[in-house]
Design a protein around this ligand. Structure first.
Ligand code: F6P
Length: 364
């Protein structure tokens, strides 16, 4: 049997349900399968910049964490060692601490490092690997927008939260005859809005990949009213955009209420309310989507990816990231993994099915 010494473990970027399943799987696989040890870097890469923030994780310490949201390691999306933010003379400045981190990884005697994170964190991992750190990546984001993997853990749990929110918003929408807008995460891609919107029965789904027109949304609401539905539920990804020549936006954008920076959900709410009889309410779901106990799917995926990452370390396949392809755990290079976001194809079968059942994307 192959054996391992000590490996490091980092969680970078925003938390996602399922991170603790990865941590548990990495610790248990290293310990039980390969007789090794895991040193957790607390608060992202901080544990390599300040080694006192690195601590050994044993199977006893990861006992019971499978149902927990967040990450027991803590995370940090300001802790890029290449551009580390520090306060100097009352000013926030960026300093390059990468060599300190690389030296400490050696001093801590780490045979390899497993880095769990999204696109930003995996680019840091790739750059550390280019500088000689033996390293393996594990993909993570609730947004599900990494092209190297079919699904990321955290996405499924987020969908449960979004679907539950839509179910609840429907009751007020119906009772009061309102237009209820739910803004969800998805800075670049619309996966959460699309899947959540279909699962939660939204009538209008707005995603970054399909810029919308306000008049098309008003037309859809009016058509529903004419057909006897006095309410409408709209889901909006935080990164979605108006079409550049949207006439309603162009007409109102100089008004004081629109000049102040609003989230897209609030902006849409104000546009739909302006000069129309609709009673509109906006809910921004925010970080509720990143919280909560991971779904069984996310626990399973986190466990599979964490365990497979340790296998890659043992096989010395460094500079790679584990991923899910179909229903099989596989891997790709970190170069293939980063900088290529997976966007919703506007003609994919879910968008087609949504359109077929009468859902509007605000563009047709
Ligand atoms: O990247 C995942 C994500 O959920 C994005 O959709 C969202 O914009 C971002 O995290 C929010 O991050 P933060 O916690 O830093 O506000």
């Amino acid at each position: 049997m192959s054996t391992l010494g000590t490996i490091g473990l980092v969680n970078g970027g925003g938390d996602a349900p399922g991170l603790n399943a990865v941590t548990r799987a990495v610790v248990r696989t290293t310990y039980y399968q390969y007789g090794g040890k895991v040193l957790g870097s607390f608060d992202g890469f901080d544990g390599f910049i300040w080694p006192e923030k690195s601590k050994e994780l044993t199977p006893i310490q990861v006992r019971g964490i499978l149902p927990w949201g967040g990450t027991i390691l803590g995370s940090n999306n300001r802790g890029n060692p290449f551009r580390y933010k520090v306060v100097e003379n009352g000013q926030m400045v960026e300093r390059d601490f990468s060599q300190v981190a690389i030296d400490n990884i050696k001093k801590l005697g780490l045979e390899a490092v497993i880095v769990v994170g999204g696109d930003g964190t995996q680019s840091i991992a790739r750059d550390l690997h280019r500088r000689g750190v033996p390293l393996v990546g594990v993909p993570k984001t609730i947004d599900n927008d990494l092209s190297a993997t079919d699904v990321t853990f955290g996405f499924d749990t987020a969908l449960h939260t979004v679907t539950d929110a839509l179910d609840k918003l429907h009751t007020t929408a119906e009772s009061h005859g309102r237009v209820m807008i739910l803004e969800v995460m998805g800075r670049d891609a619309g996966w959460i809005a699309l899947h959540g919107g279909v699962a939660g029965g939204a009538e209008i789904i707005l995603i970054p990949e399909i810029p919308f027109r306000t008049e098309r949304i008003l037309a859809k609401i009016d058509a529903r009213k004419a057909a006897g539905h006095r309410f409408c539920v709209v889901i909006v990804a935080e990164g979605c955009k108006l079409q550049d020549d949207d006439p309603i936006w162009l007409a109102y954008k100089h008004e004081p209420q629109f000049v102040e920076k609003k989230s897209i959900g609030n902006l849409l709410g104000a546009l739909l309310s302006r000069g129309s009889p609709h009673d509109v309410r906006v809910t921004v779901l925010g970080h509720l989507q990143r919280g909560g106990s991971p779904s069984p799917f996310d626990r399973l995926l986190g466990t599979r990816l964490g365990s497979a990452a340790v296998d890659l370390v043992v096989q010395k396949q460094f500079g790679r990231m584990v991923c899910l392809r179909g229903n099989t755990i596989s891997s790709c290079t970190l170069d293939e993994a980063v900088g290529r976001l997976k966007m919703v194809p506007p003609d994919c079968d879910i968008v087609r099915a949504a359109r077929a059942i009468g859902i509007s994307f605000g563009a047709e």
